[in-house]
Design a binder for this molecule. Structure first.
Ligand SMILES: [Zn+2]
Length: 255
């Protein structure tokens, strides 16, 4: 063994488990989103995105077209997921039924979304948030219209800047917008590996979902589950850490 081989570099377990050609963000916004939403990038048995932020509908469509996916009518809604995620969701529903539990999607946009959906959802928080802070006198009108005139993608860092000054844009204006809606092009729903569930408040339902690879990975986004494709005892090996928040557990990148 030569000298070079003896030098041990401790690599971060999460980073090691990212897809080989993953586009690691170097900017502050991208790094924050990787920390907050990044659990799905180490999902197994499926194809997670290779980027934290999709910048256009074209990029999202190309990625979604490359996936093996499955569409089913569940609870009155068309649910579209990557094939392995769907199979495990259906298995979870069957197991829940045997225990007299139900698991149902929250609505028509509970699973797959496109880029335009994420832009609309973002605006549904940003626009009222900005109006509120202008009314309160915390933000001047010129800055408000400058931010609103930016592309949705460019708005993200500006909104984070406002939030660092206490001007939060979540629905109840008490916390960061990212715990309420994802910035444009960053939603886990674009990957068809996320699902919003009605019965999220039932710990037995959460346990059944976990037994089929579905976990909570976005702190304080309560109905939201992410398909990670492994059992809970494998998650720390993927470089994820368990966070306790509001009586629930969330799995986040251990960065
Ligand atoms: Zn969701």
């Amino acid at each position: 063994m030569n000298k070079t081989n003896k030098i041990k570099i401790k690599l971060n377990e999460y980073i090691v488990n990212l897809p080989k050609d993953f586009n690691q963000p170097t900017d502050a916004v991208g790094q924050r989103l990787l920390k907050e939403y990044g659990a799905l990038f180490v999902a197994r048995g499926v194809i997670p995105p290779k980027t934290v932020i999709f910048k256009s509908e074209r990029e999202v469509s190309a990625y979604q077209a490359s996936l093996s996916k499955s569409k089913k009518n569940i609870g009155g809604f068309a649910v579209e997921l990557q094939t392995a995620a769907m199979k495990n969701f259906e298995d979870a529903i069957s197991e829940a039924e045997q225990n007299s539990l139900t698991i149902t999607p929250r609505g028509a946009d509970a699973a797959k979304r496109n880029y335009a959906d994420t832009v609309t959802l973002w605006a549904s928080r940003v626009n009222p948030g900005i109006s509120h802070w202008v009314e309160k006198g915390a933000l001047n009108k010129a800055d408000a219209s400058r931010i609103l005139s930016l592309s949705p993608f460019k708005q993200v860092s500006e909104i984070f800047k406002l939030e660092s000054q206490g001007m939060f844009c979540s629905k109840d204006l008490s916390k960061s917008i990212i715990y309420s809606v994802a910035p444009p092009g960053t939603s886990q729903h674009l990957s068809m590996l996320a699902l919003d569930v009605n019965e999220h408040g039932d710990s037995m339902v959460r346990d059944v979902l976990a037994e089929h690879g579905w976990f909570q990975t976005v702190v304080s986004d309560l109905p939201h589950f992410t398909f990670l494709g492994v059992l809970e005892n494998q998650l720390s090996k993927l470089g994820l850490k368990k966070i306790s928040d509001g009586g629930r557990f969330f799995w986040l990148p251990n960065l």
